[in-house]
Design a protein around this ligand. Structure first.
Ligand code: PMP
Length: 356
């Protein structure tokens, strides 16, 4: 007798929907924390010549083809740390979960945070423990340390700064989590280009710390390149669960090219930080909105009727992220990616029209 799909698939997988990506065609796209600017035209031509020379007939270099050395130099990754590359940092989250998913093991994350922590716990069979942030999205350190003590998680995920709320926690608080955790602490620095602090200096130095980053928010979301740094003992284990050729030759070449032109991306990040400050100030001037402080390339706001504002923006041709409904602490919240000056001006005037 044949079994049906529903009989075969694990019930917890059958019960969920696939990660939803909204159709953004025709919209000002401010929903996914992308850099608004494509590669400058001169660089496009230079890159095209380099990509044309990549050996597409060969599997990728098993050791990253020099990209790890380039990352180490570009981002001051300590000599004591090893590096693992991922198909986006999404894949690195998966590798961590897979390596640690012994029966009964737990994954702890602060809530609300990046949804893929919880999803990967589900996929890998780790027990998920969510510790709520405070109402103002600051970290509740006593509750977090108590949960760590009670649950003894194999891994704690800390998004630093936090998606989808915006703030980063105090460095001391994350240090306290590292000290208290019996297992691995992943500090996910996806938004590091827009933040005022990093734990990269401690990668390889603190035994239970893994610092995760991505090139996505810097302007290369399309190539899918994530990297993580930790002590060699951790990287060695993650490499065992990593698919052998997980980062393709075009991504390796494009990432190496981008790192040679890092100044271009760093200038854009600086402009986005300045735009974030302008946007935050303008939003704060609207009495109907509460704008949360942000160290990322987005600003999260609370509105009296977030679904109505979301629909109004959509009707105005602007796509943002509706957070309302995804977590109790995110009631009436919306996440606005910081775009180009023109895009931000359009966003702001559409919001002002809504409240006029
Ligand atoms: N971590 C955090 C906190 C994120 O917000 C995201 C993207 N939204 C990722 C990781 C994944 O990024 P990527 O897979 O593009 O590297």
């Amino acid at each position: 007798m044949k079994l049906t799909v529903q009989q075969l698939v694990r019930p917890e997988i059958a019960a969920i929907g696939a990660y939803h990506v909204a159709d953004a065609s025709g919209f000002i796209k401010l929903d996914a924390m992308e850099n608004p600017w494509p590669l400058p035209v001169e660089l496009q031509h230079e890159l095209a010549v380099e990509l044309a020379q990549v050996a597409l007939n060969r599997y990728p270099d098993a050791n990253g083809g020099g990209l790890k050395d380039d990352l180490r130099a570009a981002f001051a990754i300590p000599a004591s740390a090893d590096i693992v590359l991922g198909n986006g940092s999404d894949e690195l989250i998966t590798l961590v979960a897979q390596a640690l998913a012994r029966p009964g093991a737990k994954l702890l994350a602060l809530e609300p945070s990046f949804v893929m922590y919880k999803m990967n716990a589900l996929f890998s069979g780790l027990q998920y423990v969510g510790v709520p942030l405070r109402e103002d999205f600051t970290l509740d350190l006593p509750a977090t340390l108590a949960a760590i003590e009670r649950e003894q998680p194999a891994v704690v995920f800390v998004s630093y700064p936090n998606n989808p709320t915006g703030p980063r926690y105090a460095r001391d608080e994350v240090m306290a989590i590292c000290r208290a955790a019996p297992g691995l602490v992943v500090v996910d620095e996806a938004y590091q280009s827009f933040a005022s602090d990093s734990f990269m200096d401690l990668a390889g130095e603190l035994d239970n710390l893994l610092v995760m980053r991505t090139l996505s928010k810097l302007g290369l979301a399309g190539i899918r390149l994530g990297y993580a740094a930790a002590s060699p003992a951790w990287i060695n284990e993650l490499n065992k669960v990593r698919p052998p050729y997980n980062v393709n030759v075009l991504t390796l070449a494009a990432a190496r090219f981008a790192l040679r032109h890092l100044d271009v991306f760093n200038r854009q990040a600086a402009e986005l930080r300045a735009e974030r400050a302008k946007l935050s100030a303008a939003l704060a001037a609207l009495p109907q909105l509460a704008a949360f402080p942000s160290e990322a390339n987005f600003v999260t706001v609370r509105a009296p009727d977030a679904p109505a504002l979301f629909q109004h923006l959509k009707a105005s041709g602007i796509l943002i992220k509706q957070l309302h409904g995804s977590h109790p602490l995110l009631a009436n919240c919306l996440r606005l990616t910081v775009g180009s000056p023109d895009e931000n001006a359009a966003l702001l005037s559409a919001i002002q029209r809504f409240f006029a």
